[in-house]
Design a protein around this ligand. Structure first.
Ligand SMILES: [Fe+2]
Length: 250
């Protein structure tokens, strides 16, 4: 387990340019991410050593697999937060969710039971394998209600890879594209990696998340930061930087 005495050198602070992670599955036991508090703390330790100082934990919320609520997410956060505070007092750990675009999300929007990343930024994902009948309607509804949708890993939506118009449409609607570090490492395959790089090249990426689910994925971070397209993001005003300057405290 980590302590403040753990050696931290500039060389291993490979994520210091981001400073924050706004998409990660480290709350224990409520989705397909960290199973235990120990796993969650290991992810926190690795992020801290990489130079991350603000983290928004984003467990899945979707009707078919992970029917999480504000209460279940808060409860999982309370399992890990006190120890995180003790070990890394200058690491901010808040919670939100990664909302799957389904009818459950529609009902949460209606009930105004949403957990933003911060401010009005809401992390939303959709199906990797087929066009969602809900996504466009949900995005429009969110925008109408003053939310700022952040689309999780657009590079992973295979049906869109031959539909550049789909990306353009959402970009023109001011949807913020959040690419995954794991995509830049090639974890999901060459097509996802190439699309992440293309979106960065276009200047359409506004946020970066790790989307880590387990500590044993962490070695991919080292690979991701060596991708020249990650370096290109140094000059981009990312939501990650805005998050560092918010004052929200849980
Ligand atoms: Fe995720």
């Amino acid at each position: 387990m980590a302590s403040l005495a753990a050696p931290i050198t500039h060389a291993n602070q490979v994520l210091a340019s981001l400073g924050s992670d706004l998409h990660v599955h480290l709350l224990p036991g409520i989705d397909d991410g960290a199973r235990t508090v120990a796993d969650g703390l290991t992810l926190l330790e690795k992020h801290y050593q990489s130079g991350i100082r603000s983290i928004v934990a984003t467990p899945h919320v979707r009707a078919d697999f992970f029917l999480n609520t504000q209460a279940s997410i808060r409860a999982a956060w309370e399992l890990i937060y006190p120890e995180a505070q003790r070990q890394w007092p200058d690491l901010r750990l808040t919670y939100a969710a990664e909302y799957f675009a389904d009818d459950y999300l529609m009902s949460l929007i209606e009930q105004e039971e949403l957990l933003p990343l911060f401010d009005r930024y809401l992390l939303v994902e959709t199906s990797m394998n087929r066009e969602s009948p809900y996504l466009s309607e949900i995005i429009r509804t969110l925008l109408d209600k003053g939310w700022k949708p952040v689309l999780a890993h657009p590079e992973r939506y295979r049906p869109w890879h031959k539909r550049p118009d789909r990306y353009a449409e959402l970009h023109e609607m001011n949807v913020i594209f959040q690419v995954n570090l794991l995509s830049l490492a090639g974890v999901y395959g060459p097509a996802e990696k190439a699309m992440a790089e293309k979106l960065i090249h276009l200047g359409w990426v506004g946020a970066v998340g790790s989307d880590l689910h387990h500590p044993n994925q962490y070695h991919y971070i080292q690979k991701a930061v060596q991708n020249p397209f990650f370096q290109m993001l140094n000059d981009v005003p990312l939501l990650n930087h805005a998050l560092l300057h918010t004052t929200r405290n849980e």
